[in-house]
Design a protein around this ligand. Structure first.
Ligand SMILES: *Cc1c(COP(=O)(O)O)cnc(C)c1O
Length: 418
């Protein structure tokens, strides 16, 4: 099996997550269903943390990858901070036990209400993305009689060599401020009494599989930091963002250790901050689905599944590849063929996988591997489909950390005309 980790293994043909057969999870909670390994989540976070050794650092887990409260709670208990991109994520991290100092607020379009809520928590840092946002933030801080801790998200203009939809550090992107304009903005910020400059931030993209663009980014950000210092603008931290890739198919992303080594080229006096999302939670989760029907046409073999683009949009959105693993040995009526796995949603883009060699029959249960990041987080109710439950496995125990939505629940808040 190409994509299993220590916490997903096969015993007598049955796929286990930690000590629990996934068929048992499917029987208890139904499908579609997201299942996460607590041990894998912890292992990933600790691998980053220990790679830094004694080097001053802070890990802010990017909540947008997967914001389930129980996962945030586990990470908070390990000592993680959080990278948030909305007021909703702010509320989630506080509910999971974090305090303002644990948080960094990223994003290109923060509203006044979001900035007020963030400042009221005593937030650790707000990563500003434009001159207009600096103005708004200074104004809000004045209104609240406080100082706003900030970094500018700088756009280093390096090509991260990833999918265009998840590349963010090029000059053509909407994110960040051009590195050429950064000094001017830092000078403007330094002159504002409501603003406290903390550092420099960047984030060049997601699913990065090469070290060279990261090394290049480190070089450019350090260069800017030294120029700002020369002007008397001191910085406590450099935030290199998230983005480290994981192995979905045959990618070979750098190890956490090699990645952290590259970041540690940053001079010692700067604390290093990172904002990993996918690499913390991606390989800790799977999506379980059941084959409803086989539909064998002259040209295609379709396996119509109970999961769809509504549960996992990555294949439809990015042509992403997820390994497909049967939960148990094939049944007697299984047909071995090359299948397109599709869902019930009324869109031709609704597919989970194309051309997979599998032995299937109606009722076969499958796991889409490496679905922990940007899986549930991007799930929708399109076609009035209730979102699936989420289950966290810890050793022999399975905890339902989010209940399946219901048909009735989907109508809450709607009003018919009197
Ligand atoms: C999305 C995002 C991250 C996390 O990216 P991953 O690829 O999931 O590690 C970190 N920082 C910012 C600003 C982001 O937008």
């Amino acid at each position: 099996m190409s994509s299993t980790t220590a916490n997903f293994r096969r015993v007598d043909g049955h796929l286990l997550i930690e000590q629990v057969p996934l068929t048992a999870i499917a029987a208890r909670f139904g499908t579609p269903c997201y299942v996460y390994s607590r041990a894998q989540l912890v292992r990933n976070w600790q691998a980053y943390d220990s790679a830094f050794g004694a080097r001053a650092h802070r890990i802010h887990y990017a909540v947008k990858a997967n914001g389930n409260l129980a996962l945030l709670q586990v990470l908070h208990q390990l000592g993680s901070g959080f990278d948030i991109v909305s007021g909703g994520e702010l509320a989630r991290t506080l509910a999971a036990g974090a305090v303002g100092a644990d948080l960094v607020f990223s994003g290109v379009g923060k509203s006044r209400a979001e900035l007020i809520a963030a400042l009221q928590t005593g937030i650790g840092c707000i990563n500003i993305e434009s001159a207009a946002e600096l103005d708004r933030l200074a104004d809000v801080a004045k209104q609240l009689s406080c100082r706003a801790p900030v970094a500018f998200r700088v756009n280093p203009d390096v090509d991260p060599k990833t999918h265009p939809y998840i590349s963010t550090g090029l000059e053509q992107n909407k994110f960040g401020v051009p590195i050429s304009e950064a000094s001017t903005l830092y000078r403007a910020a330094a002159a504002l009494p409501q603003i406290e400059i903390k550092g420099i931030a960047c984030h060049i993209g997601s699913q990065l599989t090469e070290l060279a663009p990261i090394a290049d980014t480190v070089h450019r950000i350090v260069d800017l930091a030294l120029r700002l210092e020369a002007e008397g603008i001191s910085l406590a931290h450099l935030d290199l963002g998230g983005g480290l890739g994981i192995r979905y198919q045959d990618e070979n992303p750098p190890s956490f250790a090699a990645y952290v080594d590259t970041l540690c080229r940053i001079p010692e006096r700067f604390e290093i901050h990172i904002e990993p999302g996918r690499s913390i939670v991606g390989d800790a989760g799977v999506l379980l689905t059941t084959v409803e029907y086989l539909k064998l046409t002259a040209t295609r073999h379709f396996a119509i599944c109970d999961a769809a683009m509504t549960e996992l949009i990555r294949p439809a959105l990015y042509e992403a590849w997820h390994d497909v693993e049967p939960l148990a040995p094939a049944g007697g009526a299984a047909v071995l063929a090359s299948y397109d796995l599709v869902g019930p949603v009324c869109e031709s883009a609704d597919f989970l996988a194309h051309g997979r060699q599998l032995a299937l029959q109606s009722g076969s249960q499958l796991a889409l591997m490496n679905a922990g990041a940007y899986g549930f987080a991007m799930a929708s109710n399109y076609n009035a489909r209730p979102r699936p439950p989420e289950v966290l496995v810890d050793g022999e125990n399975a905890h339902e950390i989010r209940a399946r939505e219901t048909w009735a629940g989907l109508m809450v808040g709607e009003r018919m005309l009197g």
